[in-house]
Design a protein around this ligand. Structure first.
Ligand code: ATP
Ligand code: MG
Ligand code: FE
Length: 355
């Protein structure tokens, strides 16, 4: 099916068009620069930027794909999770389009779309699939029994998301916003073993054993790590010493990536998961990509990592999951649905009210 996807959950206005598992176009316009001076995304500014960007992005995407609205088989839109006002712009646009064209509309979960985008890079997803979702708002390890109907949460962060930790640490180190790409770059010049930062929730009382799992065997915690970096910086400042910024960045990154990959691979091996998809904005991180590859290969897990342009927020991922739902015979969502800023990952697409 030919499906148009609309993404507006944070600061990217994304329009993607796919035919089945083939990507036709992926137009992304970001309001990132408008948030830089505030050091984080300002919801009101993001919403206004979506409003400005939405129709031009739609027109550009249709032109680039060489299709018209009449050609579409369905429209898909992110209805959550994300910023409420930002989501409303995309959902309103999608409802208007659906009403005007009479095309079926599918309300899609942004997090599952970060996984579903995998079909655009290598076709249908394999069986025995797990997904490691590492993004600005989430860090989760999932068992994907069926992408369109059965996703199970095996573990997640109990406080900050990994991307959030990158952004906060970047701010502590004075690297500006967004922090992920800046730390990624700087870490290449530093020594990842310079400072041993904590790996959260790895003590035996949290881990337990395979037979008797502890309360957080597959969970992560990154707030202690962020505090440890802040303490470290304070110590250098108190001593009047120059801050070894690259070493701190590399050591911080190593702590994040080490514990993420170790627990993800553990969850997979203990659940008989033999295929893993890495997704979400932090999947753009070079060290995370490399260590996940290394540890999956050692554990006999086949890894799929979409290209970076499909890992960061975009409309193609929404269209891709929408197309999968259409192909699986999923019910359209009608036009009565609302946005859900905290939609759980197990809610893959929103059924029509009353259905
Ligand atoms: P969610 O998907 O949980 O709703 P989001 O959509 O805001 O959150 P994404 O756009 O998927 O998040 O990811 C953005 C995050 O990815 C930011 O925290 C950013 O710092 C981080 N990020 C982007 N590139 C890199 C990189 N190379 N290394 C580390 N982090 C990165
Ligand atoms: Mg973003
Ligand atoms: Fe995202």
């Amino acid at each position: 099916p030919l499906v148009l996807g609309i993404e507006s959950s944070c600061d990217e206005t994304g329009i993607g068009i796919v035919r089945g598992t083939d990507l036709l176009t992926n137009t992304v316009s970001s309001s990132m620069e408008e948030h830089v001076r505030f050091g984080g995304v300002i919801p009101e500014i993001a919403s206004r930027a979506h409003l400005d960007a939405m129709v031009p992005a739609l027109q550009a995407a249709l032109a680039e794909a060489g299709v018209t609205l009449a050609d579409l088989d369905a429209i898909a839109v992110t209805s959550g999770p994300g910023l409420s006002g930002a989501l409303m712009v995309g959902v309103s646009a999608a409802k208007a389009l659906a009403l005007a064209t009479g095309k079926p509309l599918y309300a899609i979960n942004h997090l599952v779309a970060h996984v579903g985008v995998g079909v655009l890079d290598g076709g249908a997803l394999p069986e025995n699939l797990g997904a490691l979702l590492v993004s600005g708002g989430h860090t989760e390890i999932l068992r994907v029994a069926d992408l369109t109907s059965d996703v199970e949460l095996l573990g997640s962060t109990i406080d900050d998301a990994a991307g959030e930790a990158y952004d906060k640490v970047a701010r502590i180190l004075g690297l500006g916003y967004p922090g992920g790409p800046a730390i990624d770059r700087l870490a290449r010049e530093g020594n990842p073993k310079a400072i041993r930062f904590p790996r959260g929730l790895t003590q035996p009382k949290y881990m337990g054993t395979a037979e008797a799992p502890g309360p957080h065997r597959y969970d992560w915690s990154f707030s202690g790590l962020k505090t440890a970096v802040a303490r470290c910086v304070e110590q250098y400042e108190a001593a009047g010493q120059d801050l070894p910024v690259a070493d701190i960045a590399a050591s911080f990154q190593e702590a994040v990536v080490d514990v993420i990959t170790a627990k993800a691979v553990l969850a997979c091996t203990e659940h008989g998961i033999t295929n893993l998809l890495l997704g979400g904005g932090v999947a753009a991180n070079s060290r995370l990509r490399a260590l996940t590859e290394e540890r999956c290969s050692a554990a006999g897990i086949k890894l799929r990592v979409p290209p970076i342009s499909l890992c960061t927020d975009n409309g193609a991922m929404v269209a891709a999951l929408g197309a999968q739902v259409v192909m699986a015979g999923g019910e359209p969502s009608g036009i009565g649905f609302g946005t859900d800023p905290s939609l759980p990952v197990t809610s893959i697409h929103v059924a029509a009210a009353g259905a």
